[in-house]
Design a protein around this ligand. Structure first.
Ligand code: SF4
Length: 333
């Protein structure tokens, strides 16, 4: 498969009144064409900041300290972080070639414009279609994402749609210009499980139909199982394990990944009697990052004198599996 996006050594800080938060600390990953990369981890591990940094749409108190985001466009390689973040070039890529959907569509849609007008605005901005053609395209994409009576619902305001319908409409807006990459930040978190399953099915269908890649950000490893091909597990601003979805679920290496997997509820009769496990402790304070391996205060395999002193690097343990844990590094490495 050919590469679509490479993120290298991405490092993002936030300047706050309480001090500097090192939100993303040297993250590397790649996404191939027509691949779904799932980025998973608990709240506060830097997943969303990583996604926003790809498009350089971070909060004003943040600063990208280091890194490259290489977008492979035809035969060209463009470092998105080198483009003026408000300039013409990045604006041509945002929304057209790389689009983003968020957890809460009400924050993405303007409440004072109809859903149709907002989808049409994206189409008019990025394609050569006229108003009538853009409306027709908006209707057909709303139909494709499963909005019933799209001919009339196109003139609804966001508040007139249910939560699931709003999420579908937001996906329609993101797909309206047939992007190469969709960044989906917790797209199903606010939805009930039935609608969540429908939205994941829809994203999978759209990926096949448009041949696009997806980066899905979630705290829910069950969502990853449903949709991802490749998985990056993040903890406190770093990728701690990266592998195919099968390796993550059937041969997890990092103690944090194993703990995340144990916290998934099971539905077999035997498991119904077992207590649901949660990961001991909480993610440490990002103002005060622990020394050594940042997971050491919660890890069941903690090795005193090593894990609290040495920060493990992300190393390749097989051609398709990387892990950052001292269990896989020889002493003295
Ligand atoms: Fe646990 Fe040590 Fe591995 Fe960190 S380096 S995950 S503390 S065993």
């Amino acid at each position: 498969m050919s590469k679509l996006l490479e993120v290298k050594n991405l490092t993002v800080n936030f300047n706050t009144a309480e001090g500097i938060v090192r939100a993303v600390r040297g993250v590397d990953f790649e996404v191939d064409k027509n691949q779904v990369l799932g980025i998973v981890g608990e709240s506060g591990c830097g997943k969303s900041v990583t996604a926003r940094a790809v498009l350089n749409v971070l909060a004003s108190n943040s600063e990208i300290m280091n890194g490259e985001v290489i977008y492979h466009k035809n035969n060209e390689k463009i470092d998105l972080l080198k483009l003026d973040k408000d300039g013409k070039e990045i604006r041509k890529i945002r929304g057209k070639e790389i689009s983003m959907i968020f957890q809460e569509p009400m924050t993405s849609f303007s409440p004072v414009h109809t859903v149709g007008n907002q989808i049409m605005e994206a189409i008019l901005l990025h394609t050569g279609l006229d108003k009538k053609e853009a409306r027709q395209r908006a209707i057909s994409i709303l139909e494709e994402v499963g909005i019933p009576e799209a001919q009339s619902r196109i003139d609804d305001y966001p508040y007139q749609l249910s939560g699931g319908m709003r999420q579908r409409a937001m996906i329609a807006m993101a797909l309206s210009c047939e992007p190469s990459l969709l960044l989906a930040d917790e797209p199903t978190t606010a939805l009930d499980v039935t609608i969540q399953a429908q939205i994941l099915d829809l994203m999978r269908d759209m990926k096949e139909e448009f041949g696009m890649s997806i980066i899905i950000i979630t705290h829910d490893i069950g969502v990853i199982a449903e949709i991802a091909d490749q998985v990056a597990v993040m903890y406190l601003g770093r990728v701690v394990e990266e592998a195919s979805v099968d390796d993550i679920f059937y041969d997890p290496k990092h103690p944090y990944t194993r703990a995340l997997l144990k916290s998934i509820p099971k539905i077999t009769k035997k498991d119904q009697k077992e207590k649901l496990l949660s990961i001991e402790g909480t993610v440490p304070d990002a103002y005060n990052i622990p020394s050594g391996c940042t997971f050491h205060n919660r890890c069941e395999e903690y090795m005193a004198g090593r894990c609290d002193k040495i920060q493990p690097e992300l190393i390749e343990i097989s051609p398709s599996h990387k892990v950052a844990c001292l269990l896989y590094e020889k002493e003295g490495d």
